[in-house]
Design a protein around this ligand. Structure first.
Ligand SMILES: [Zn+2]
Length: 261
């Protein structure tokens, strides 16, 4: 029976048959994978309890005719700290949901794996319970980095239409193409794209800045909640152009989780 080895991040674990679980994971060398973890076999071993979402593990997977089986799983990092804060859990959980919706089996990209780890580490190092706006911003910044890595992030320095540098005034993000245009060009494009998102200079500057910063620097950002909301809203508008299997839970999950407090 052929085997493969990889280091993976567990994205999801769902009940499978009576005693087993289907583990959805993203591997450093193999990308998106699914494998069955045998409940009874694993419960007797030290491996039980390692297979929780948001854990990093080293796995050996047996390729099967019907489905693959998780033969060996060794914990690398539980990232348990994420479960201490509701905001961290909402941020990482929503991002994982989005991440999985943008993957297809067979796409291998080490920079995507590194982004998952960056999100896990950022979630783990959240110093205090974040506000709903800051949690939303964390999610949006991670989403922007994901769009960047798959080549779908909008250009943020020049108008997509006239190529002029965007220095002054207001800009318009057109959702289904994820392109940013200057106000002059948008006047021409408005009738065909009435639902563009208006972005002011301050918001655009902040998005440019956050694009280059490590995700965890969102904790250090001083700013008003309404600024955070405008930045998040602009990034999520760009996300509408991404080919997703279906609409991600995203901020709806975050809002629902945090409103239960
Ligand atoms: Zn223009």
């Amino acid at each position: 029976m052929p085997y493969l080895r990889d280091r993976v991040v567990i994205l999801r674990s769902v009940p499978f048959r009576e005693h087993d679980r289907m583990i959805v994971m993203f591997g450093w060398q193999h990308g998106l994978m699914e494998a069955v973890a045998r409940g009874s076999g694993l419960a007797r071993s030290k491996q039980a309890g390692h297979l929780t979402p948001m854990s990093e593990i080293d796995v050996m997977i047996a390729k099967g005719a019907m489905y693959d089986k998780l033969a060996v799983a060794r914990i690398t990092n539980h990232h348990r700290g994420i479960r201490k804060r509701l905001g961290a859990l909402a941020f990482v959980g929503s991002f994982f949901d989005l991440f999985e919706r943008m993957q297809k089996p067979g796409i291998v990209d080490e920079t995507l794996y590194a982004l998952l780890v960056e999100v896990l580490e950022a979630g783990e190092s959240i110093p205090d319970e974040p506000s709903r706006e800051r949690t939303g911003l964390l999610y949006a910044v991670a989403a922007l980095k994901l769009l960047d890595r798959v080549g779908l992030a909008p250009a943020l320095t020049h108008c997509a239409s006239c190529r002029e540098e965007m220095r002054y005034g207001e800009f318009f993000l057109i959702p289904h193409t994820a392109t940013l245009t200057c106000a002059d060009c948008y006047r021409v494009l408005r009738s065909a794209n009435p639902n563009a998102e208006m972005i002011d200079q301050e918001t655009l500057k902040l998005i440019r800045f956050l694009r280059k910063e490590p995700i965890r620097n969102v904790f250090l950002l001083t700013g008003r909640a309404d600024q955070f909301v405008r930045v998040s809203s602009a990034i999520l508008c760009a996300l509408k152009a991404a080919p997703l299997q279906k609409e991600p839970h995203g901020l709806y999950t975050i809002s629902a989780l945090l409103s239960q407090k």
